[in-house]
Design a protein around this ligand. Sequence first.
Ligand SMILES: CC(C)(COP(=O)(O)OP(=O)(O)OC[C@H]1O[C@@H](n2cnc3c(N)ncnc32)[C@H](O)[C@@H]1OP(=O)(O)O)[C@@H](O)C(=O)NCCC(=O)NCCS
Length: 467
Amino acid sequence: MAAPVRSLLKSRPSLLRTAVPAIRFSSTSSKSVSLKERLAELIPAEIENVKATRAEHGKKAFGPVVVDQLYGGMRGLPALIWDGSVLDAEEGIRFRGKTIPECQALLPKAPGGSEPLPEALFWLLVTGEVPTQEQVTELSKDWAARSAIPEFVEEILDRCPPTLHPMSQFSLAVTALNHDSAFAKAYQAGVSKKEYWGPTFEDSMDLIAKLPNIAGRIYRNVFGQGKLPAIDPSKDYSHNLATLLGFGENHGFVELLRLYLTIHSDHEGGNVSAHTGKLVGSALSDPFLAYGAALNGLAGPLHGLANQEVLIWLRKMQAKIGEDASDEAVKEYIWSTLKAGQVVPGYGHAVLRKTDPRYTAQREFALKHLPEDKLFKLVGQIYNLVPDILLEAGKAKNPWPNVDAHSGVLLTYYGLDQMQFYTVLFGVSRAFGVAAQLIWDRALGAPLERPKSYSTAAIQKIFKDKS
Ligand SMILES: CC(C)(COP(=O)(O)OP(=O)(O)OC[C@H]1O[C@@H](n2cnc3c(N)ncnc32)[C@H](O)[C@@H]1OP(=O)(O)O)[C@@H](O)C(=O)NCCC(=O)NCCS
């Protein structure tokens, strides 16, 4: 880290809570430089940056650990390094120092589109730099060229019973891609540790590229939507994914997908899916194995499955109290959920303490494209009621909505109303963040993760001996 940044952090430690991109913006990105070439240029300086940071600060205490954190899901424990995105409790996510509105303004868009292209977000996550339009187009083409999945993976998916949850099918297929892992092959061939990032990069690019074909196949197999069309190399990633799902002609849906894939991509390093990917990758499991594991975490109802749960909850509410219910009736329904010992899906967060800016971005999209939609209005009505109720109930530390409170309503509006599929779309997007992190972990030689666990008896003994 450069000296001016160090002294700034000393005088304003609150900056640590927002992102200070480890890699600065650079205008050196030229059209002839590919993502891999640019990354190769950046890695040596970042290795030195990490070395210098460790040399200067490595032995310093960093935040207190209290026993409650051992029992309490490690909330707030400073334990991981990831420069790609940083989550501030009040402000929400920044990708390499950029808020969602800044990304919406700065990142290249498709011709005729106004939402950022997720290809550009991936470039930003990997390099810390905003790519040119041409670099993004090249990335779209590269991913299209890598998009085919092996026949045996198609067969695995075709043999899954439609009753198997789409997320389980997704994780099976991603794990099976390990069959062709460049990293696994290179490791077997004795590749040097310094070279790990190269095959990890190739696997990560393949992983992201193949997800639309996997997701599209699952969608069509489970929901009977006919034969899967081919990827078009002249179209961007989101457009192709929309086409595979049967929505390629719907401009609004394609734009929604561009926004959706951008904002769900990363949420710092500690959430279940990002951390699982990093943890499994730390055993030098290749990106397919690591991301298959991450998907299994994303499939939990307290994490990515919450977007499905929100829609199920809204539909149940409408069935019970009607479509244009009064505030009183909605309040009563929310209370009945809490009194039944269930959570209100889409509300609360382990880190955030304010409305999630990913919720706000989707709300703004809805105000622009579907202001009169009934389900959107219900989401707005709930937004006005749930926080007070959660505060009154007195348990949740954050009564505000998270990303999942809004996404399903937008997808439903465009006709993608198979809610069991929603988390698969989240899973396509989250691969961007996990892949970027895996590449950097291998480039920086991140070690095997191995935190220490204690028994309750040991905790009691330690403090008895101290008293
Ligand atoms: C996201 C979530 C798992 C965070 O968990 P957390 O960090 O443990 O949250 P808190 O510290 O605020 O939890 C304290 C208590 O409030 C409860 N709580 C938190 N959010 C709640 C919600 N939306 N509805 C009802 N109760 C909630 C917790 O279940 C916990 O209860 P307990 O003490 O009986 O176990 C939690 O807010 C939740 O379950 N939300 C609903 C699911 C969801 O939307 N997930 C997507 C997250 S992006």
